[in-house]
Structure formats: C-alpha cells, structure tokens
Design a protein around this ligand. Structure first.
Ligand code: PLP
Length: 419
C-alpha cells in the first residue's frame, strides 16, 4: 500500500505558526502531542463527505474521529444540510428565537427519558457548567463530586492546579473520586454533610490515554440512591456518548435516571449546538441562572439538530453504530492476533478505545496507529475513536486491510508483538 505525504499541510502550518498561537492551538494542535508521531498526521483538511475527509494534500481518510464526536450521520448528510439550508433562508442569527427552538425542545423532551425541558447553548462546556451552576442554585451548596479522568470541558472548576491560569479557589470545591466506587461516594457525603450540590459524571468512564470502563452492576443505582438520600443532583455529562448509545439518553441506556443531562457533540451532526436537559424539579433553578451567549439562539443549528435526531431515530442510528463498531473492533483485534500482537478494546463499540498492550510505553501502539493514518485510516492513539452511520461494510473491510498492512509494517521494522 502507498503511504501518504503531507507537504501542503506543512507549508500551511508554517504560515499559521506566525499568526496563530501554537499554529493550531489547544489539544487539536501538534504542540499538545495528541497526534504522535507528528510526521504521520496531516494538519489541515480541505473537504469532507460521508465517512471521509480529504486533507490539504488531497489524501483521503476514513474518519474514525468524526471531528472528535459531532459527526454522527457522516459529513454533509443530505437531510441535515437541507434542513439547515431551509432554516438559513428563513433566519439564522436573529434578535428573537425561531419556532424551531421550541420544536427541538419538544423533540428532546419526547426522546430523552430524563428531559422535561431543554436549554440550548453552543459547546459541551457551556452546558456542563450550566448544570453545575443549576445544581448550586437549586441546593444552595458549593461542593461538586467528579470522577478522576472524567473530562467535562475547560471551565476553571474542571481544571487542575498546575494547569496554566488556574488558581486554588477555582477547584477548591471539587472532590475527585475513582469511577465505579460507590463507597467512595458514600464516604464523601459523610465527610461533607449538607455541602455537596451534585455529582457530575460521564455515563461510562471514557478518559483519554487510559482504558475505558463500563459502569459496574450496582454502581449507578447506588449513586442514584445516595444522591436522593443526600439531596444532591446527579448530572450526566452525555456530551460525548449522547445519541451514540441510545436516543433516550445514556442514563436510560444503563438503566437509571439523571436529574440533569448534558448533550452536545452528536446533537447537530457538526452544527454547533449543545443542550442541557433536565427534570421539572430543576426548571426554576436553571431559569434563575444568569447564562447566555451571542449565538445561542441561532436557528440553523437547531434545524440541523432536529433533522439529525429525526434521522437517527428513523435508521436506529445507535443500533447501527453499535453493530458496525462491533464488526470493526472484532476485526481489528483478530488482525492484531494474526500478526502476533494483542489489541485491547474497551468502552462501547460505537466509541471504542483501543491499545496495543505488547509494550508498556504506548510507543508500539503509536507506531501502529501512525502506519494506519499514513494509509488513509484516521485514528488517534490517545482518545476513544468514533463510528458514524455513513461507515459502510466496505469501509470496515478497507480499514481491516489497512490494519493488516500496518501490522506488517511494524513487523518489517523489527517490532515484535508478545503473542
Ligand atoms: C464528556 C465531555 N464533556 C464535555 C466536553 C466539552 O465539550 P466542548 O469541548 O464542546 O466544550 C467534552 C469534549 O470533548 C466531552 O467529551
């Protein structure tokens, strides 16, 4: 198989480094080390369609990062684009919201088990922050429990001492506990009686750079029971998993009910929108929080989101992504085994995490991923991957061919596995 070159990407990056902090700032940039080894990755994309994107050099990739989650139906899905265009012709950014906002809220309330209302914003962090403020407003308490490795955005309370710009007061009300440990939650409630406003958690544990973990049986019922007993809110951060496991909310998928639930990524198939949904008991509290943004009423993303949810429902998107993800991950694990390596798959099939366990340093995994990327399969090595509904059986078959070739390249470079 031919391997890709990224000459144009590098030329653009040199220009960018002069006028944009770090060239590409944040965790999406090469400076942060997410794309390792850096030389294996393109830096700029030109266009995208369905399951693919093309980089600035015209190389085609099957995209298993799905823009870090938002692309759930494939790029430029016709029904979503048509709905967005039709809304744009009517109105997008206006002084008043359109009726589409009410239609979308009605749709979320009818689909999501723990939603009696919906409040819209732009990014995932907008709504995780709003959820925490709402819990504090409702309970008049300060402290928040979160789980180690859980990511809820970049608000100060979410960050760590040692991160640039963060001071102790930012995080002094946050208690960090291990996921799947209901006893630790119980002890925290004992230690801080009447002080804990909420627990915020992803529905299963999907940290970066670590194996993912599903909730152990009994964990969520125990946490739900403790929140009820102690008068604290249970906030589910479904920003990443939302609508990839179930259209009824990932709390419903795992058999419990959140008080507040945060959606973003898959909600608008790439149109910028997030939603905090919740139960009636918290409608007054969320209404009392001072919270707004310049583009939060924009109507186009709302029309796109309504079309996205309607299409996901029509095709049973979560079921399809689970089946395709299962096929793909089983195939990848078998390919590894055939070449003498062990590929560990964790998390949910529609957004799995994988890691070659044959060395402890992660370098071998990085090398294998980089060989896949150079052959047109866009994986990263630090983060969970994503399926979207445009990925076909042919794409999966091609991905597996690439995976085999990438393992051959590892062997050819003298990198033996442990099997
Ligand atoms: C679980 C989770 N919560 C919150 C966020 C923050 O979302 P955003 O980057 O849109 O603010 C993310 C983003 O990756 C996420 O995965």
């Amino acid at each position: 198989m031919n391997t890709y070159q990224y000459l144009n990407s590098r030329v653009i990056f040199e220009r960018a480094a002069k006028v944009i902090p770090a060239g590409i700032y944040g965790h999406l940039g090469p400076a942060e080390g997410c794309f390792i080894p850096v030389e294996a990755y393109p830096f700029y994309a030109q266009r995208a369609q369905g399951a693919y994107f093309w980089d600035a050099d015209g190389n085609r990739f099957i995209d298993y990062m799905c823009a870090y989650g938002p692309i759930v139906l494939g790029y430029n899905h016709p029904a979503v684009e048509a709905a967005a265009r039709a809304q744009q012709e009517q109105m997008n950014c206006g002084v008043l919201p359109g009726e589409i906002m009410v239609q979308l809220a009605e749709k979320l309330v009818s689909l999501v088990d723990s939603a009696d209302w919906a409040f819209f914003a732009k990014n995932g962090g907008d709504v995780t922050n709003l959820a925490v403020m709402t819990a504090r407003a409702h309970t008049r308490r300060n402290k928040i429990i979160k789980f180690a490795g859980g990511y809820h955005g970049v608000s100060q309370w979410m960050q760590f001492i040692g991160n640039a710009g963060i001071i102790e007061e930012d995080v002094s009300s946050v208690i960090t506990l291990p996921f799947n440990d209901a006893q630790a939650v119980e002890q925290a409630f004992k230690r801080y009686p009447g002080e804990i406003a909420a627990i915020i958690a992803t529905p299963y544990h999907h940290p970066a750079m670590a194996d993912n973990a599903l909730p152990e049986p009994g964990f969520w019922p125990a946490v739900r029971g403790l929140c009820d007993r102690e008068g604290a809110l249970l906030i589910i951060d479904d920003v990443r998993a939302g609508f990839r496991l179930s259209l009824h909310g990932s709390d419903a998928y795992y058999g419990f009910k959140a008080d507040l639930i945060c959606f973003c990524k898959a909600l608008g198939n790439g149109y910028n929108l997030s939603a905090l949904c919740g139960r009636d008991a918290y409608k007054e509290a969320v209404s009392s929080v001072f919270y707004t943004g310049s583009y939060w009423l924009s109507a186009m993303p709302m029309a796109a989101a309504l079309a996205t949810l309607t299409e996901l429902e029509r095709i049973d998107g979560p079921g399809l992504m689970t089946r395709q993800g299962t096929k793909l991950t089983q195939g990848l694990a078998q390919a590894a085994q055939q070449h003498g390596y062990h590929l560990k798959i964790t998390g949910e099939p529609s957004m799995w995490y994988m890691r070659l366990t044959d060395d402890d340093t992660g370098v071998l995994h990085q090398q294998w991923v980089s060989e896949c990327v150079r052959r047109g399969v866009f994986f990263t090595n630090h983060h969970n991957l994503f399926i979207n509904t445009a990925i076909t059986d042919e794409d999966i078959a091609y991905t597996l061919e690439v995976a085999h070739d990438a393992f051959r390249a590892l062997r050819g470079a003298g990198q033996k596995g442990s099997i």
